[in-house]
Design a protein around this ligand. Structure first.
Ligand code: SAH
Length: 219
């Protein structure tokens, strides 16, 4: 980690600690998820002008009408995906944005792929990974509605933008016993957990959420 990053990192350690305490109070119980979040310097992923707000539990603007996800939502989604099986295995994230959630996922599993449809954001995500010396995440410029066939199937698929219907390509690229968690809906949105069994898919409707929309194509 370079010196500048470490410098801000040191001063942010206390605020990051407070963020973890808040996540605990909000009901996050998975200690490994909390540790993963504690390990990722969120201020590196937000724009400089907003760095002082990096450890508030809010979504923050990334430019291109996109936002960096709220820490609580990142924690909650990963906790749900790990619940009762403890590991994520090969993981695909749709919607890398600036790469924050992908960096958190990389603390918990060695095999992380993340796709983003806005090229400048993908470039920024790559720069951010370099800044924190995280080289495990494979970042790809692609329309995530089509998944990422080259490395399929995935044990875990996590979608960071709200779909109006479940993308069929993602269902196909989920391994048997794999889990996918996605925000679903236009207006009202909720999280939908989809588990693939040998004889089909099981869906469970979960929390109400608010995400930016999952869009088609790349730009
Ligand atoms: N994971 C990010 C969240 C970024 S917001 C974080 O950790 O903060 C959601 C992102 O999904 C946006 O960057 C948006 O451009 C992207 N997105 C929307 N539709 C997409 C698609 N079809 N394929 C890939 N990325 C998509």
């Amino acid at each position: 980690m370079n010196r500048a990053v470490q410098g801000i990192g040191m001063t942010s350690m206390r605020t990051r600690g407070r963020m973890i305490e808040r996540l605990r109070e909000q009901g996050i119980r998975d200690e490994q998820v909390l540790a993963a979040i504690a390990n990722v310097p969120r201020h590196v992923f937000v724009e400089e002008a907003l760095a002082s707000r990096a450890y508030e539990d809010t979504a923050l603007p990334l430019g291109f009408s996109q936002t960096i996800s709220q820490p609580y939502v990142v924690a909650r989604m990963i906790e749900l995906l790990r619940e009762g099986r403890g590991k994520l295995g090969k993981t695909l994230e749709i919607g890398a944005g600036c790469g924050y959630q992908a960096a958190v996922l990389a603390q918990l599993t060695d095999d992380v792929y993340s796709v983003e449809r806005i090229e400048p954001l993908l470039v920024r995500a790559k720069q951010n990974m370099r800044k924190i010396q995280q080289f495990k995440v494979r970042l790809k410029y692609a329309d995530g509605q089509l998944g990422l066939p080259e490395a399929a199937p995935y044990d875990t698929i996590i979608v960071a933008a709200a779909a109006s219907t479940v993308p069929v390509a993602l269902l196909r690229q989920l391994s048997v016993d794999g889990r996918m968690l996605l925000p679903l809906g236009t207006g009202e949105q909720h999280l939908l957990m989809i588990e693939r069994r040998s004889d089909g898919y099981v869906e469970t409707r979960l929390d109400s959420v608010r995400f930016v929309p999952l869009l088609s194509g790349v730009e």
